[in-house]
Design a protein around this ligand. Structure first.
Ligand code: MG
Length: 281
């Protein structure tokens, strides 16, 4: 076969090759925001493992509203072995999550107010008991996820949602007290904006084997204003917008983080007790 014939055959086969060769993969379609009964969310996101609801499904049952009683743990004095993360004076226990520099939040009237970036603790923790208090801004502005959004990130990975959900419906798995994108709270126990609210959390870390495979998930119990909203709830992995949770290996300790989500949310009286690991049945 001479080169001219070879060249002709090659040319003739070009359209076929072009037809069969895979082109650049088309990007998956962007999920489309929809509104169901006044609640904005998605129904083209992945299904939760329960097979019933999409992530951020606006049709997912709303948590029942429970009015909190009394002041519960407001201004709870920290126990003697607590690590103080914020006592109204300075942000020395925190740093900027993105830059690693000083925490960019402000201190106003003994509270630290979210601004500019997420913040993380300089210390790392494993199993823990956490107390904090938060105050949603007044007057309430925005709606759904846009009203008073912040969050408590356990180990920097697993968000327990902070949002102003007082008369502000949003998708159930994004309500205050939700394990974000996974587990709605058992109740909506929000106080009105402008009133201090309390979170008391107990968290046990996920365990991985030597190869990095998940052996035991993380669990979280959350009490919001004296109302249990997560009861030893298994966490499915990283709490990511529009995604089902997946675990990826990380160290047995990690920092706590607080979210800046473009809203000024105030925090006070933040302390944590590292909890000893109980290794018995
Ligand atoms: Mg949040």
């Amino acid at each position: 076969m001479n080169y001219r014939i070879l060249a002709l055959i090659s040319l003739a086969s070009l359209p076929v090759l072009a037809q069969n060769s895979p082109g650049p993969a088309a990007p998956p379609p962007k999920p489309r925001e929809i509104v169901v009964d006044g609640i904005t969310g998605f129904q083209d996101t992945p299904m939760e493992p329960d097979g019933q609801w999409h992530v951020h499904d606006p049709a997912r049952l709303q948590p029942p509203v429970v009015a909190p009683g009394g002041s519960f743990s407001q201004m709870a004095p920290p126990p003697s072995d607590a690590v103080i993360l914020f006592d109204g004076h300075d942000l020395s226990a925190w740093r900027d999550k993105r830059t690693g520099g000083p925490a960019p939040w402000t201190i106003e009237g003994g509270a630290m107010v979210s601004a500019k970036d997420d913040i993380v603790t300089t210390n790392e923790f494993g199993d823990l008991q956490l107390h904090l208090e938060f105050l949603e801004p007044t007057p309430a502005t925005g709606s759904g996820q846009g009203r008073g959004n912040s969050g408590v990130f356990l180990m920097g990975h697993y968000e327990v949602q902070v949002l102003d959900c007082y008369q502000n419906p949003t998708y159930a798995d994004g309500t205050t007290g939700a394990v974000y994108a996974q587990h709605p709270p058992l109740a909506n126990a929000c106080r009105p904006p402008g009133e201090w609210q309390t979170y008391d959390l107990i968290f046990t870390v996920p365990h991985f084997d030597a190869a990095g495979k998940l052996m035991v998930p993380g669990f979280v119990t959350v009490i919001l204003n004296g109302v249990v909203v997560q009861n030893h709830q298994a966490i499915r992995g990283d709490t990511t917008y529009r995604s089902v949770g997946n675990y990826s290996y990380h160290n047995p300790t990690g920092p706590l983080a607080l979210q800046f989500h473009k809203n000024a949310v105030a925090f006070r009286n933040v302390w944590v007790r590292p909890v000893p690991l109980v290794d018995e049945p």
